[in-house]
Design a protein. Structure first.
Lengths: 183, 517
């Protein structure tokens, strides 16, 4: 079933939409949740919640990129769950490392208003990168892929990925600093 | 968990970037499949009887038709490391899809096995010859694509998979090689490591295969570098596969142009090189004059770092030789040759002057804290340091020396094999080199180009890079010098300076006293 047909099913309020979504993107969303939560049960629940959230969102929404749309919902749900689970103590795993790394190159979120141009600047910065560095940056800090997973995918060594990400964070930091953000 | 808010913030990037970075769910690790002509159908359609029955043209058409259906429409980009990985291109290919031309000395095989290519992460900076590398070089994408193509062609040709295995540290490779050798492990292993470690292992531990004993290696072919191979042949054999990717990775002397200009020394360094006057003596004179200017209070020791590469200026001292009794000797003992000893003393003297920096962090040329240091030409060519760097070849010993010699410290571009599986390793190494023969031009262009410079000196820089590239290249440095105690004093002269400088001075004095200087 094509993406457009899945969207049409949602708009038609046909419950088959959820089955088709799960068939087409269930595994992908599960991997997104697993990257953040590292827990199969929690990931499973996030994926199920993703379909419910999608059901409530469509209509009125008609996503141009359904894959990214589902991933984004799963990611947000997973962050909420992660936050609830880790209120008191840090986990010290790869995802937490990724979170910490992000603090090096982004402004304090509390200072970023809804109408802040930051998201557009992030896109602009990403557009300025070559494809592989861009995919590494987004893969690590959006999809929360582990360094070893990225290394395997792009035929690089883990050390090389780590070094590349460090350079990219430095570049992003400089990019935002030049545009007036205080990091 | 305030950090999650940062994660949410980054989550606001656009969908196109999100979608682009999604990785396939399960990374396929396909094993080599039988080649089409080895399947029952393939054998049938390629048999003489069949061909006779339906005619050559019809048979070929059927073979292609059936072949395409049998290979399941394998897509380029299905494999991690493929430059188009995840791109969803739907080019239909057989195996990896490369119908490589026949190598005149290597038969097609189907080993149905794996070759492990050992390396350790530290050498990634020397990638793009055997390992894909996200790189500062403008043509990295092209080079990576060519590299992956020749790896796939080799895999197809031999029915193998070449798996890069990161040993994380050099000692990991050494341990494994010794273990493999002693255990009789018959799997195939290629090793990409620092040349000195591997060469010494081959020489001392006897765990490596001499390429001289591998018949399929075509040393005289132009995709290998026969001259380099000769320079690093030891009495026990030839352990380093010297290819054409080595020259662009030579050492050079980098100098900070801005700092040099501030010193107001009236010597055009590039002119000195072009006139053949760039010698050890000249270099010492330049440094002395420069220090005399007291720029920013820097002394000569602050202006030049003679790290371990500099004593490589004693290249002919370190040249490996074979002895009549067959014992293992890697280098000429300079104390047996007065001319060599004189050269060595000069190098030591230069090193002594470089050891006066006191404490603190290692000064760097790119930080404007040091005038000269050794760097790889490829990094200089790519302007990896963000400042305007001048490029100089290693100085001659004397004016009369016929030309400049380019030196290599690591020779990490070599491939190495362990004994028990010499046949497959030899074939894989030979094919990797053979299929690289059309890549050297773009490789040289990429690493010899000068990018991102706007100081007007690009053409002169390029001329220097060309001199270094086209000079004779010397790998002798990878072998342990006979006078190792001197070398050890020079390995890290800017960390424990006072004491080491004293040691060097003391040893230099001993040499001079003993030999009458």
């Amino acid at each position: 079933v094509q993406d457009q047909q899945i969207i049409d099913l949602y708009w038609a309020r046909d419950e088959q939409a959820i089955a088709e979504s799960d068939r087409a993107y269930g595994a992908l969303c599960h991997s997104v949740a697993m990257n953040i939560l590292s827990d199969r049960m929690d990931a499973e629940e996030c994926v199920n919640d993703t379909w419910i959230r999608s059901w409530n969102a469509m209509p009125p929404e008609r996503p141009a990129n359904l894959r990214a749309f589902f991933c984004r919902i799963t990611r947000n749900l997973s962050i909420d769950r992660y936050r609830a689970r880790h209120k008191t103590k840090s986990r010290g795993d790869g995802f937490e490392v990724a979170l910490h790394e992000l603090t090096e190159c982004l402004p304090d979120p509390a200072t970023v208003q809804d109408n802040d141009p930051l998201p557009a600047l992030l896109d602009e910065f990403l557009d300025s990168l070559k494809p592989i560095p861009r995919k590494l940056l987004v893969g690590r800090y959006w999809h929360a892929y582990s360094v070893s997973r990225l290394a395997e995918a792009y035929g690089m060594t883990p050390n090389h990925v780590t070094v590349t990400l460090k350079r990219l964070r430095e570049a992003l930091r400089a990019y935002l600093t030049e545009r007036g953000y205080r990091l | 968990m305030k950090e999650t808010a940062y994660f949410e913030l980054f989550g606001r990037i656009s969908d196109r970037h999100v979608a682009e970075a999604i990785l396939p769910l399960a990374v396929p690790v396909p094993m080599p499949k039988k080649r089409f002509r080895e399947t029952p159908v393939g054998k049938l359609v390629s048999s003489p009887a069949f061909i006779a029955a339906v005619g050559a043209i019809a048979a070929a058409a059927i073979a292609v038709g059936i072949g395409l259906s049998l290979v399941e429409g394998k897509q380029r980009g299905d494999r991690p490391g493929d430059p188009s990985f995840g791109s969803g291109e739907t080019e239909t290919l057989g195996e990896w899809g490369y119908d490589a031309e026949e190598h005149p000395h290597v038969e097609r095989k189907n080993y149905d096995g794996e070759v492990e290519l050992y390396y350790f992460s530290e050498i990634m900076g020397g990638g793009l010859a055997y390992l894909p590398d996200e790189s500062i070089y403008a043509e990295a994408a092209t080079l990576n694509a060519e590299l992956i193509e020749r790896i796939h062609m080799t895999e197809d040709y031999l029915g193998i998979r070449i798996n890069a295995v990161d040993k994380m540290a050099e000692y990991g490779i050494i341990d494994d090689l010794v273990r493999i050798s002693r255990s009789g492990d018959t799997r195939s292993h290629l090793v990409l490591g620092w040349g000195n470690t591997i060469a010494n292992l081959g020489n001392r531990e006897g765990v490596m295969t001499s390429w001289s004993d591998v018949p399929c290696i075509q040393k005289e072919a132009d995709y290998w570098d026969g001259e380099l191979w000769e320079t690093c042949t030891q009495s026990r054999g030839s352990f380093i596969a010297c290819n054409r990717f080595i020259p662009p990775n030579a050492c050079a002397i980098a100098y900070n142009k801005e700092l040099y200009a501030k010193c107001e020394v009236q010597r055009d360094l590039y002119a000195l090189v072009e006139n053949g006057d760039w010698t050890l003596d000249t270099m010492m004179a330049v440094l002395t004059e420069t220090a005399g200017k007291k720029t920013k209070g820097l002394s000569i020791g602050d202006l030049y770092a003679a790290n371990s590469y500099l004593y490589a200026a004693g290249f002919s001292i370190l040249r490996p030789v074979n002895t009549s009794d067959g014992s293992s000797v890697e280098a000429v003992d300079p104390t047996e040759d007065e001319a060599m000893l004189a050269r060595y003393a000069k190098v030591l003297e230069l090193a002594v002057h470089s050891c006066t920096h006191k404490g603190g962090s290692h000064p760097k040329v790119e930080d404007g804290k040091l005038l000269m240091d050794t760097r790889r030409t490829r990094d200089l060519a790519a302007n990896a340091y963000g400042v305007s760097m001048g490029v100089l070849p290693m100085p001659k010993y004397e004016r009369a020396q016929s030309g400049y010699v380019s030196l290599h410290a690591g020779a990490y571009m070599g491939l190495f094999a362990q004994p028990d599986t010499v046949q497959m390793c030899g074939e894989a190494a030979e094919l990797l080199a053979y299929f690289s023969r059309d890549s050297h031009e773009s490789y040289d262009r990429a690493v010899m180009g000068v990018y991102g410079r706007d100081d007007g000196g690009v053409q002169k820089d390029l001329a220097m890079l060309r001199i270094i590239h086209d000079a004779d290249h010397e790998l002798g440095l990878i072998y342990p010098p006979m006078l190792a105690e001197f070398a050890n004093c020079l390995v890290d002269p800017v960390t424990d300076l006072g004491e080491e400088a004293e040691q060097i001075r003391y040893r230099l004095r001993l040499i001079k006293e003993e030999y009458g200087w």
